[in-house]
Design a protein around this ligand. Structure first.
Ligand SMILES: Nc1ncnc2c1ncn2[C@@H]1O[C@H](COP(=O)(O)OP(=O)(O)OP(=O)(O)O)[C@@H](O)[C@H]1O
Ligand SMILES: [Mg+2]
Length: 254
């Protein structure tokens, strides 16, 4: 089982990358996968064609409210996050043919994300099924790295946009991941669709990390996302999808 995490600044293309990755793994028969939408402003579900709410599933934040506010949360003695874990597997998990999906969701009440994060962390450390890949789509920025939803990661993919800020982001993200002791094997940089065709050497010089190449600009991706259509339905000749194949090959994936 391999754990992968997307990172990057706002709008760099993280979620599209995760959706395209999912399509790639389905087509190369590398499943079952678990997709985790760790972005409160969730949209991974939409990009892979799953409406959790419509399918009767709750986000982790919703389950938290249900457990502790609506039902009183009276199970004395059991840490709150453990009370939630079972709920996540029972009520939060969408189970599909190729992949399962769960989402952290927006927290409509005041306070930090400590509890939903702890519950998610607990659930991920005690998986109820065996997955080939677990892919976590992160919110933009750096804050979520400190929250450390996962401590064991195989590959981090930092999707960058064309700005100096993005290069700085990579350095900071790497440093925080190290500082908070996320145990990762590889930290990769991926150029988002707006990233220029500059040499891999230059990207690596400016970020100190391995560069896997860029995701091609793809009119289809833009249109599918605009209309809320699943990226899994992109034609196999789609430029963005083809670049994902190259990128993953460079990272040693099938
Ligand atoms: N390969 C691509 N070609 C063209 N447009 C793309 C491509 N990838 C992403 N986009 C567009 O860029 C925008 C941002 O994409 P996406 O939501 O994947 O980024 P993100 O990094 O997850 O954003 P956020 O920080 O809000 O989570 C979307 O409008 C999407 O349609
Ligand atoms: Mg996103």
């Amino acid at each position: 089982m391999k754990m992968m995490v997307s990172m990057g600044r706002g709008g760099s293309g993280k979620t599209s990358f995760v959706a395209l990755l999912t399509k790639h793994f389905i087509e190369t028969r590398n499943y079952p996968m678990l997709l985790v939408d760790a972005d409160p402003d969730q949209n991974l579900g939409e990009m892979v064609g799953i409406d959790l709410e419509e399918k009767g599933h709750k986000t982790i934040s919703e389950l938290m409210i249900e457990t502790f506010l609506e039902n009183g949360g009276t199970t004395v003695g059991i840490p709150p996050s453990e009370r939630m874990e079972g709920m996540i597997w029972k009520k939060g998990l969408y189970e599909g043919e190729y992949f399962d999906l769960m989402a952290v969701g927006p927290k409509w009440i005041e306070g930090c994300y400590c509890l939903p994060d702890a519950a998610l962390k607990g659930a991920l450390s005690r998986l109820t099924k065996s997955y080939k890949y677990i892919i976590v789509d992160s919110p933009a920025g750096l804050e979520h790295i400190n929250r450390k939803i996962t401590s064991e990661v195989d590959d981090i993919f930092d999707v960058i946009d064309p700005s100096k800020k993005s290069f700085d982001h990579v350095k900071r993200a790497y440093r925080i991941a190290k500082e908070v002791k996320i145990n990762f094997k590889n930290f990769y940089v991926v150029g988002g669709n707006r990233f220029p065709e500059i040499s891999g050497e230059e990207v690596e010089r400016r970020t100190n990390q391995k560069y896997l190449g860029k995701i091609a600009y793809d009119k289809n991706v833009e249109e599918f996302n605009l209309s809320g259509k699943s990226l899994l339905k992109l034609p196999p000749s789609s430029p963005a999808y083809l670049s994902i194949k190259e990128i993953m090959k460079k990272a040693g994936y099938p």
